[in-house]
Write a protein that binds this ligand. Structure first.
Ligand code: ADP
Ligand code: MG
Ligand code: ZN
Length: 629
């Protein structure tokens, strides 16, 4: 067969695979919807049977052990023999006033000798669940951690609060190792926590024999396996040495084990149980769902000044006298956005990696003490923020992934009171981020998921996040705390096949003239903002700018358009090209549709817009339902 023939065969097969893929994707979407409905229905039925359903904020998974919700709830109590000391140490040693959801349950279960698997999103305080029992117990707690840097952070923190902790890793000196080993069998317990890498257990007979001695002397009080998902090859960061940790439970069966992780599907957890030889752990799963956070996406004005004014108005009205964070894309943006907000009488200060450390901590301190209202920050502002009364996190530019967004927005409402998380979704921002993540392996894919989150008009924002946390989503978990759940029916499905064909034409004409188009150029040309000579060769659109942008983004997400990067020594430029699916449009039967907010609808978007043009007009007069219900 000649080369051309083969190419056209392959092309034909590709077309049919593409079409089939599209069908599968549709089916997946439908099945996910069906799953949500069934879960909700199941919940209702369980309620009718008068059985408390496992709520999404607190559920225990797996068939065993037989502990009912009620039995589990008893472990939230404060009438255990150790409860007084636990409360005291929480305040005196850890300087914390209250527990976060499920921390006390995990602590009580561990202190009563049960093996526990704790699944809790990053940043919610898993470490406390073994650190606090450690200081309330005789002897020491053994902590297995996968990274030396993580251990160093913890030791530094514990030392700063006067809890004695030590670590052993490959680079520990002989002297240090000797001291630690001796301390492990000292009844006066010179330290409360011993951090080791899994290699120590797997490879050091000396260390294990020392543990043996400590165990016999009843000084090994607890074993904590941090990032426990590393045991499983099904997980995302499998560590071979974690596979050998089963020896711990086999040698020290009476010592309670606590496994901690942020993400684990049930098959990963099952695998971990077997590898660690803990047949019946109590599994506590803290939902990723932050029920007090209200998620919202607003379309960003393409005019820079107007977009800042809109944010300023929100901050001055809706969040009067309240504290928050505005996340921006770059250091330059941090400087410019904060100065623009200052011009609008808002106490806003920048925070980014390029500032002097003292300067940064001064800003952080002032903000924590409510001397500054808003920090305008790059993602450098993250570690160690534990201000509890952050009432809003506004993303001036979308995050680079949903995981990042979850982390960043999650700094709002740590006090469990209602707080808002708003993304301003801007067309050109997508491409700024895209050029930034171009070198990252899965950067583009993750960004696309974030863009999809922003462009979504019909599915609950939480359900889109749930996918990233391996959580089966129950529609009732939102409780109208996201914009799509609040105005669910204000969109329609629009046929965009003709629009897509027009855009393909614009690109083809440009290519025939050896011209590359940036996304903005493509948009403008399609809208007819180009010389008459060019205009004559294409079909211009009648869509308004926001809709035209939405169509381009949709086509990009679905592979009808694609990005093409051009690297210059100083910058990366993003051009638009025809995507792998573009040839499908030549087929007259091929249709393509998307869901769009209808013009008369999008109540919230309009509120956002309106507030932008009406500084001083307090939103309360407009029935803005910020903190629903
Ligand atoms: P994880 O391991 O789950 O990612 P960490 O244990 O590192 O989270 O804790 C994250 C942050 O939460 C730390 O700054 C910690 O001090 C803080 N934290 C933990 N528990 C509480 C609490 N009960 N109240 C306030 N802050 C807490
Ligand atoms: Mg941790
Ligand atoms: Zn919702």
């Amino acid at each position: 067969m000649d080369g051309d023939g083969r190419t056209s065969d392959v092309q034909a097969e590709l077309d049919s695979v593409e079409a089939e893929l599209e069908l599968v994707e549709l089916q997946i979407a439908e099945l996910l919807e069906k799953q949500s409905e069934l879960t909700a229905h199941k919940k209702t039925l369980l309620q009718q049977l008068d059985q408390p359903p496992s709520s999404s904020a607190d559920k225990s998974c797996g068939p065993e052990p037989a502990m009912t919700q009620q039995e589990l709830q008893q472990y939230d109590g404060t009438d255990f023999p150790w409860s007084k000391e636990v409360a005291q140490q929480l305040k005196d040693s850890f300087h914390l006033s209250t527990f976060r959801a499920l921390q006390l349950r995990a602590i009580n279960l561990s202190l009563s000798g049960r093996d526990v698997f704790l699944v809790m999103p990053t940043g919610r305080g898993k470490s406390l669940c073994y650190q606090l029992p450690a200081v309330c117990s005789q002897g020491f707690t053994l902590v297995i951690s996968p990274l030396v840097s993580l251990m160093e952070d913890q030791i530094m923190y514990l030392t700063s609060i006067n809890v004695s902790a030590v670590m052993l890793c490959a680079s520990s000196s002989k002297e240090h190792t000797k001291t630690v080993m001796a301390g492990m069998t000292d009844p006066n317990a010179p330290f409360k926590l011993v951090y080791v890498t899994p290699e120590k257990i797997a490879k050091s007979k000396l260390f294990v024999s020392r543990l043996e001695k400590a165990y016999k002397a009843k000084l090994l009080s607890r074993i904590a396996v941090d990032e426990v998902h590393c045991c499983s090859q099904w997980g995302h960061d499998f560590r071979p040495d974690y596979k050998l940790l089963g020896i711990l439970k086999r040698q020290f069966p009476k010592v309670p084990l606590l496994g901690l992780t942020a993400t684990a599907t049930s098959n990963v957890l099952q695998d971990c149980k077997e590898i660690l030889c803990v047949p019946q752990p109590i599994t506590i799963v803290a939902s990723f769902n932050r029920t007090n956070l209200n998620y919202q996406v607003l379309i960003k004005e393409s005019n820079v000044d107007a977009s800042i004014s809109e944010i300023a108005s929100l901050i001055k009205n809706r969040y009067k006298d309240q504290s928050g964070i505005v996340y921006v894309f770059s250091q330059k943006d941090a400087e410019s956005v904060s100065s623009e907000l200052q011009k609008r009488d808002i106490l806003a200060y920048p925070y980014h990696a390029n500032m002097e450390p003292e300067h940064k901590s001064r800003i952080h301190r002032k903000w924590s003490g409510n001397k500054i209202k808003v920090v305008v920050a790059t993602v450098a502002f993250g570690m160690g923020i534990d201000k509890s009364d952050v009432r809003f996190v506004i993303h001036h530019t979308l995050s680079k992934s949903i995981e990042n967004y979850y982390q960043e927005s999650g700094r709002a409402g740590r006090d469990d009171r209602p707080a808002d998380c708003i993304v301003y979704f801007g067309f050109s921002d997508i491409f700024r981020i895209s050029t930034m993540v171009v070198m990252e392996n899965v950067g583009q894919k993750k960004l696309q998921q974030m863009v999809d989150y922003c462009q979504n008009v019909d599915r609950c924002r939480r359900s889109l996040m749930a996918v990233h946390f391996d959580e089966v989503w129950d529609n009732e978990g939102c409780n109208h705390m996201c914009d799509t759940c609040r105005c669910a029916k204000d969109f329609s499905t629009v046929d965009i096949t003709q629009h897509a064909r027009q855009l393909v034409q614009v690109l083809e004409v440009a290519a025939s003239q050896d011209e590359k188009l940036t996304p903005l150029k493509l948009l403008e040309r399609w809208m007819g903002k180009c010389p008459a000579k060019q205009r004559a060769l294409i079909h211009t659109t009648t869509l308004c700018r926001a809709q035209a942008e939405a169509v381009i983004v949709r086509l990009l997400l679905q592979g009808y358009l694609r990005e093409d990067f051009s690297f210059t020594p100083y910058t990366t430029i993003f051009y638009m090209k025809l995507g792998r699916r573009a040839p499908l449009l030549k087929n007259t039967n091929h249709t393509l549709s998307m869901k769009m907010v209808t013009q008369s609808a999008g109540v919230e978007a309009k509120e956002g817009k309106r507030s932008g043009h009406s500084a001083g007009d307090a939103p309360k007069s407009k029935k803005v339902k910020t903190h629903l219900p």
